[in-house]
Design a protein around this ligand. Structure first.
Ligand SMILES: C[S@@+](CC[C@H](N)C(=O)[O-])C[C@H]1O[C@@H](n2cnc3c(N)ncnc32)[C@H](O)[C@@H]1O
Length: 268
């Protein structure tokens, strides 16, 4: 299978939007409704986290599946969750590992991680109380209560309430595709502290090879280099995950490890 194509054009440009509307006229009314809603929410919530929390409240009120994915069908929801799970298990996620999922949503993948990991080893955080309530529904539906996962509301990505050197795997799927750079930088500045020695942080992002841009403050497109440079600034080594490119998912994936781990390996 060929590697996926990064976003070629700038989706925020008028020309791109006109061309897209001509190709998909049936999607115009929904996009227009979303644009009006988002403009109103941005007016009420100038801070990005508060704004995106309001977007999630609005989306989750219609359907939790739709709130975490573009295609709201239950099958698609399950398929994308399974893809994340199979990938990490293929990369060595074992039951004794401790995992943090940033932006866990309604546990599309989290339900599989929780089932796989030892009791109490899964920790999910999200900025949206609405989606965390939907996550509890998923726990009940999947009969996962005895695995005692932690689900916590977060107001930022400083992880101040989490312990040092604790998590073997930190995972964020489709979170930075909805995040401005200052939110990503806050995460990079703090994630090294909570990673256990030898641990890693995987995240997906919407990749562009052209101009970086955002659409409606909901979807953000970054160059790989921007994110790898930002990681280096915070003492993290970055690896672009080529094997993820072969999977049928439009985003790309980067893995971060603490540069201190590399120094230990080289020195030992
Ligand atoms: C597209 S959904 C993906 C959910 C989940 N990762 C999955 O794959 O099903 C994005 C999730 O990230 C959450 N989110 C967005 N920005 C966040 C942030 N800065 N910190 C924590 N969660 C965030 C949203 O509330 C939402 O639940």
């Amino acid at each position: 299978m060929r590697a996926k194509e990064p976003a070629a054009g700038n989706r925020s440009r008028l020309l791109h939007q006109v061309r897209y509307a001509l190709r998909h006229p049936e999607r115009v009314p929904a996009h227009a409704r979303r644009a009006v809603r988002d403009a109103w929410l941005r007016l009420r919530h100038p801070d990005h986290i508060a704004y995106y929390r309001a977007v999630m409240a609005s989306d989750a009120a219609r359907s939790a599946e739709a709130a975490v994915g573009h295609n709201p069908s239950r099958e698609q929801w399950a398929r994308i969750g399974r893809m994340q799970f199979d990938y990490l298990v293929g990369h060595g996620l074992r039951p004794h590992h401790r995992m943090l999922e940033i932006g866990c949503g309604n546990l599309r993948a989290g339900r599989l991680f929780i089932g796989h990991l030892d009791t109490g080893h899964y920790y999910g955080i999200d900025i949206s109380p609405h989606i965390l309530l939907a996550a509890q529904d998923t726990l009940v539906a999947e009969k996962l209560q005895t695995k005692l996962p932690y689900l916590a509301l977060a107001g930022d990505l400083t992880f101040a309430f989490l312990p040092d050197a604790h998590f073997d795997v930190v995972h964020a799927h489709s979170v930075f595709s909805h995040s401005p750079l200052h939110v990503i930088e806050e995460c990079f500045a703090n994630v090294g502290r909570i990673l256990a020695p030898g641990g890693f942080f995987d995240f997906t992002f919407d990749r562009t090879e052209g101009e970086e841009h955002q659409v409606l403050h909901e979807d953000f497109y970054y160059r790989t280099r921007t994110l790898t440079d930002l990681a280096a600034k915070h003492g993290l080594d970055a690896r672009f995950m080529d094997d993820w490119e072969r999977l049928p998912h439009r985003q790309s994936k980067i893995r971060l490890t603490a540069a201190a781990d590399r120094a230990r390996t080289v020195g030992s």
